[in-house]
Design a protein around this ligand. Structure first.
Ligand code: MLT
Length: 388
């Protein structure tokens, strides 16, 4: 038996697992009861009432012989696919229903999509960015090149024709910086992908947090994007489904034969998401459900304001938080040292910027996903460290 040799090229521990390990060691040592978590982007608001009711009804259905269901369709149930198509339609984007695939979340799909491509492809990633894109491609042994996201370019790198790439990952609103591309920016990426014969894998998991009109929520707002781009989205942050698990991926039929390949891959490797979950997701997309999930996101938006106001007072460079649930600020020095310092001195957990890429060193990410009370308290403590 031989192991996949590319494991040797991964960092030893996944970013959020390492943060968890350090927290666990700290708790074992000191047993404090006042740790505030603003690290991994995990939601705190309960599920919306519409999803809860739909879940109850679906469980009841599963408990009766006449309405029981076994394996669902490989693409997902038509009722949820129709709701997602309508959600896009409400934003002016027309999709065919067989272009939408339901899954247990974007993380699985952005990683699993790499199965469709040969090893000999060059992958272009923003740096810093969500670490799963790199890890998934490292495991296939692919070459990775980076587009630097820096303070100078507003953390929104644009394509450089001199850099050759076959698979381009873009995350907007960006995890971790919160930066959001405009349509004009994405037009450049679409043109670049066309000129390279490349595919764009567009992670739109945070689209529902966009508040500024000129910022893009779907890459399909850009003309011609359906010839080059796949889009990943999720109910995790939009509807509080981090513990429920449901997401979807749009694979346009114009895009080579990726739609057929993804269907083949999904039917080979997955039996999809439970009926109950898909009914809950459908409910979250009804008019009532959307109003309710918007109210939960409003709590996070207010938290982001609290974080931004506190950072403004300290004078440290900070960004994000307006169109995204993440706030990115300059901590200086080693970001893991800053992580340890926050944990040990004031019992707040964040995420070190270097975990998202080399350019993230010296930066730190906070999430707006805790409660309002905890966010206010955490920022009081963080301010004391930043001022010290
Ligand atoms: C994050 O904190 O970056 C996200 O919650 C991770 C994820 O969605 O997998």
């Amino acid at each position: 038996m031989l192991f996949n040799p590319y494991f040797a090229d991964l960092s030893n521990v996944y970013l959020f697992a390492e943060a968890e390990n350090r927290l666990r060691a700290f708790l074992a040592r000191t047993k404090p009861n006042n740790v505030i978590k603003m690290g991994i982007g995990d939601v705190t608001q309960p599920l919306c009432a519409a999803a809860v009711e739909a879940g109850k009804t679906a469980v009841e259905e599963m408990g009766k012989a006449e309405s029981f269901r076994g394996y669902g369709p490989y693409r997902g149930y038509p009722f949820l696919i129709k709701s997602i198509a309508a959600y896009y339609k409400s934003r002016g984007i027309s999709l065919d229903e067989d272009e939408i695939f339901i899954s247990d979340g974007s993380k699985s799909d952005v990683a699993g999509f790499t199965d469709l491509f040969a090893k000999d492809n060059t992958v272009l990633l923003q740096d810093p960015v969500y670490p799963v894109y790199a890890d998934a491609n490292i495991l296939h042994g692919r070459k990775i090149v980076y587009a630097s996201a820096t303070m100078e370019n507003g953390f929104l790198p644009l394509p450089d024709e001199r850099v050759k790439a076959d698979i381009i990952y873009l995350c907007s609103p960006n995890n971790p910086t919160g930066a959001v591309y405009s349509a004009a920016d994405l037009e450049q990426w679409v043109a670049y992908a066309k000129s390279m014969g490349a595919v764009i894998l567009f992670d739109a998991a945070y689209e529902a947090f966009v508040t500024e009109d000129k910022k893009v929520r779907s890459i399909y707002e850009v003309r011609g994007a359906d010839e080059v781009a796949v889009e990943f989205c999720s109910f995790s942050k939009t509807a509080g489904f981090t513990g429920v698990r449901c997401g979807y991926t749009v694979v346009p039929k114009k895009l080579a034969n990726l739609n057929a390949l993804w269907f083949r891959r999904q039917s080979a490797k997955s039996n999809g998401v439970s009926y109950v979950t898909q009914r809950m997701a459908e409910a979250a997309l009804t008019n009532e459900g959307q109003k309710q999930t918007a109210a939960a996101r409003e709590v996070y938006r207010k938290n982001a304001q609290v974080i931004l106001q506190a950072l403004r007072k300290t004078g440290v460079f900070h960004t994000g938080g307006v169109n995204a649930p993440y706030i990115w600020f300059k901590c200086g020095g080693s970001s893991w040292d800053f992580f340890d310092r926050l944990l040990n001195e004031v019992q707040v957990v964040g995420t070190p910027g270097v975990g998202f890429g080399r350019n993230g060193e010296g930066f730190f990410r906070l999430t707006a996903f805790n409660t309002y009370k905890n966010t206010v308290e955490a920022m009081r403590r963080i301010q004391s460290v930043l001022r010290a």
